[in-house]
Design a protein around this ligand. Structure first.
Ligand code: PEP
Ligand code: MG
Length: 597
C-alpha cells in the first residue's frame, strides 16, 4: 500500500456512513504492536485561557481555586506513581519527573504571584507554563526540546482541573483511545482499564509518553492530524504500531490480514519466549549485539519483532531497484525517516547507494568489462556528486531523532572517505542555512569490502566512526572470484583462511582505535561461523531478521574462552577445508550442508 502522511482514502464521507472502507491514515509508529478494536475518542476542551482579570476582592478565592486544582493534580500523579512503581523503573522515573515539575515551589509561587497581580487562575497557569515552554523550545538539544510536551501536559491538566474536568480513563477493554495528546499518567490509567492502544494527533517519539508506551508494550501511533475529527467514537480500527498505519472501518479481508499479521507476531513472541528480554551474552559474560540487515521499511518491522538491537545495514540501493530510478531527496528522506521511526529508539545504519556491479546500473556511462571492479559504490557516488548530495541530505534530515548512522560502501582509498566527509560537511552547511533539523554528530562509518580497506584498516579506523565488514565482497575481492559466477563457486568461500586473516586484521585495528566493528556479510548469519567471529573479537553481528533468534540461542550457549581457543586452532589452517574441519569439531551435530558453502 502506498500512502502519504495522514492520507485520506477513500472518501471521508464514507466514514460517517459507517461503511467498511479501509480508510487509511499514516502517522508515526511510536510503539510496536498491532491492535484491533473500537475507537474511544477522548476530547477535552481547548485550553485557551479566558482573558478576563480577577477583581482585587476575589484574588484570595482565585488562589484557593488554583491551590485546590494543584492538590488534585498532585494526588492524581501520586496515584499514577503507585501504579508506575509496580510497572517499571522507566515508568516511575517519568511520573516522578512530572511530579517534580508540578510540585516545583518556584512554579507554584510564580503562578500565585501572577494571580495576586490580577490574572485569573487559568491565565496564570497558562502564562507560567508558556514561559517554560518557550525556554525549552529554544534549546539546541532535541531531547530537551521534546520535554516541551511534559510542560504542556501539566498545563493542560491544571487548566482542566480548574474547570472541574475530572479525568475519565474508563475507555475500557477492547477500545483504542484517540486523543489530541496522551500524558504518561493517562498511559498508566489506560493500562488499568485494559485499553488496547492509542492514537494521538501530536507528540514526539522521544516524548515520555512514547518511551513509556514502548516500555509497557502498548501499541501507539502518533502524529495523525485531526484524528479526533476523522475517527468517530466506536468506529472499528486497526492500529499498526510497527508501520504507523491506522485503518478506520477496515473491510473483513483487511481485518483477516491483520489478524494473521498479529498472530504471526504473537507466535514469534511466544517462540522467543523469555529470549526476547534476555541480553545476548556468552556463558562467560561477553556481550554480543545482534543487528538486522534490511532492504525496505517493512523489514524494519520484522527486525523489531525479532528482537534486534538495531538495524546494522539498510541496503538503500534496494529503493532504486524497486523504483527503477533515482528518487528525489525528499522521496528518499521519507523512506529513511520511515525506517528510522519504525526502529526508534534503536539505531539504524543507512548505507549509501551501492550502485554498480550486479546491482542497479542506471547512471553508469558505458559498458564495463569487469563491473565488479568498476564504477561501484562510493566510486560511482563521487563520480555523480549530484546523486550523492541528494542522498546525504536525505539521510541527514532523517537523523533528526539521533538514531541514524551513515555507512560508505566499497571503500578502497582513504581519499574516498575524506571526500565523502567533505561532501557530508557541505550538505550539513546547506541544511544549517535552511534551518533544517539534523544530527550534527551523525556517525560516518565505512564498509570493509576490499583487501585494500582490510590491509589499511588501522588508517581507516582512525578516521571512520565505525567499521562494518562486508564478507560477501571481501571474499570476492580477496579471492579474485566473482561471487555470481558458478564456475568459480568452489573457490568463492568466506571461510578461506585469507579472508579470516583480513577479518582479524580489521578487528585488531578497530580495537587499537577504540572503534566498533561489526560483520554484516552473510558470514555473520551462519551458525557455523558464530563461535569463530566471537573468538576473533567481533561483538556486533548484522544478519537477516529471521536469523536473530537462532543466533541468540547459540550465543547464549557458548563461552568466549572456548571461542578464543577455536580461533587459535584456526590460525594454523592453511586451506578452507581445514577451517571447515575445525568448525565441524564444535558443530558435530550439524549436517555438512549447514556450514557455509
Ligand atoms: C557484503 O559485501 O558483505 C555486504 C554486506 O554487502 P552486499 O552483499 O550488499 O554487497
Ligand atoms: Mg558488499
Amino acid at each position: 500500500m502506498e500512502y502519504d502522511r495522514t492520507i485520506l482514502s477513500p472518501n471521508v464521507a464514507d466514514l460517517s456512513a459507517g461503511a467498511r472502507v479501509n480508510y487509511v491514515l499514516k502517522g508515526v509508529p511510536a510503539s510496536p504492536g498491532i491492535v484491533m478494536g473500537k475507537a474511544f475518542v477522548l476530547s477535552f476542551d481547548e485550553v485557551t485561557p479566558p482573558a478576563d482579570r480577577t477583581a482585587p476582592h476575589r484574588v484570595a478565592d482565585e488562589i484557593d481555586r488554583f491551590a485546590a486544582a494543584h492538590e488534585t493534580a498532585v494526588s492524581e500523579l501520586q496515584r499514577a506513581l503507585d501504579i508506575a512503581v509496580a510497572e517499571s523503573k522507566t515508568a516511575s522515573t517519568i511520573i516522578d519527573s512530572y511530579l517534580m515539575i508540578v510540585k516545583d515551589p518556584m512554579i507554584v509561587e510564580s503562578i500565585t504571584d501572577r494571580i495576586s497581580s490580577g490574572a485569573n487562575a487559568e491565565a496564570a497557569v497558562a502564562h507560567e507554563f508558556d514561559v517554560h515552554r518557550s525556554l525549552l523550545n529554544g534549546a539546541k538539544d532535541p531531547v530537551l526540546r521534546s520535554r516541551v510536551q511534559d510542560f504542556d501536559h501539566i498545563k493542560e491538566r491544571l487548566i482542566a482541573l480548574l474547570r472541574n474536568r475530572t479525568l475519565s480513563h474508563a475507555a475500557g477493554y477492547d477500545t483504542i483511545v484517540i486523543a489530541s495528546s496522551v500524558t504518561p499518567q493517562d498511559m498508566l490509567f489506560f493500562r488499568e482499564t485494559q485499553t488496547l492502544g492509542f492514537v494521538s494527533e501530536i507528540g514526539g517519539i522521544n516524548s515520555h509518553t512514547c518511551i513509556l508506551a514502548r516500555d509497557m508494550g502498548f501499541p501507539a501511533v502518533i502524529g495523525i492530524r485531526n484524528a479526533k475529527q476523522i475517527i468517530q467514537h466506536n468506529a472499528m480500527l486497526i492500529v499498526d504500531g510497527y508501520s504507523g498505519v491506522v485503518i478506520v472501518n477496515p473491510t473483513e479481508q483487511t481485518l483477516k490480514e491483520y489478524r494473521e499479521k498479529q498472530s504471526k507476531a504473537e507466535e514469534h513472541r511466544q517462540k522467543l519466549g523469555g529470549l526476547l528480554q534476555k541480553e545476548t551474552v556468552t556463558t562467560d559474560g561477553t556481550k554480543v549485539t545482534l543487528l538486522a540487515n534490511i532492504d525496505t521499511p517493512e523489514q524494519a518491522e520484522l527486525a523489531v519483532i525479532a528482537g534486534c538491537s538495531g538495524i546494522g545495514l539498510v541496503r538503500s540501493e534496494f529503493m532504486l531497484i524497486q523504483r527503477g530510478a533515482y528518487p528525489t531527496s525528499d522521496e528518499q528522506y521519507l523512506w529513511y525517516k520511515d525506517i528510522a521511526e519504525r526502529a526508534f529508539p534503536l539505531p539504524v545504519t543507512i548505507r549509501a547507494f551501492d550502485v554498480g556491479s550486479d546491482k542497479f546500473r542506471l547512471g553508469i556511462p558505458h559498458h564495463e568489462d569487469n563491473p565488479a571492479l568498476g564504477l561501484r559504490g562510493i566510486r560511482f557516488l563521487l563520480y555523480r556528486p549530484d546523486i550523492f548530495e541528494h542522498q546525504i541530505c536525505a539521510v541527514l534530515r532523517a537523523s533528526e531523532h539521533r538514531n541514524v548512522k551513515f555507512m560508505i560502501p566499497m571503500i578502497s582509498t582513504l581519499e574516498e572517505l575524506e571526500e565523502s566527509r567533505n561532501m557530508i560537511e557541505h550538505c550539513k552547511k546547506k541544511l544549517r542555512a535552511e534551518n533544517v533539523e539534523f544530527d550534527e554528530n551523525l556517525p560516518v562509518g565505512i564498509m570493509i569490502e576490499t583487501p585494500a580497506a582490510a590491509l589499511m584498516a588501522d588508517s581507516f579506523a582512525q578516521s571512520a566512526d565505525f567499521l562494518s565488514i562486508g564478507t560477501n565482497d571481501l571474499a570476492q575481492y580477496a579471492l579474485a572470484t566473482d561471487r555470481m559466477n558458478e564456475m568459480v563457486a568452489d573457490i568463492y568461500d568466506a571461510l578461506h583462511p585469507a579472508v579470516l586473516r583480513m577479518v582479524r586484521m580489521v578487528v585488531e585495528a578497530a580495537k587499537k582505535y577504540n572503534k566498533v566493528v561489526s560483520v554484516c556479510g552473510e558470514m555473520a548469519g551462519h551458525a557455523a561461523a558464530t563461535e569463530m567471529l566471537i573468538g576473533i573479537g567481533i561483538h556486533e553481528l548484522s544478519v537477516a531478521p529471521s536469523l536473530i533468534l537462532e543466533l541468540k540461542q547459540r550465543i547464549l550457549n557458548v563461552s568466549h574462552s572456548e571461542c578464543q581457543r577455536l580461533v587459535e586452532r584456526l590460525e594454523n589452517c592453511t586451506t578452507t577445508q581445514e577451517v571447515y574441519t575445525e568448525l565441524r569439531s564444535i558443530n558435530e551435530w550439524r549436517e555438512e550442508g549447514d556450514l557455509i558453502a
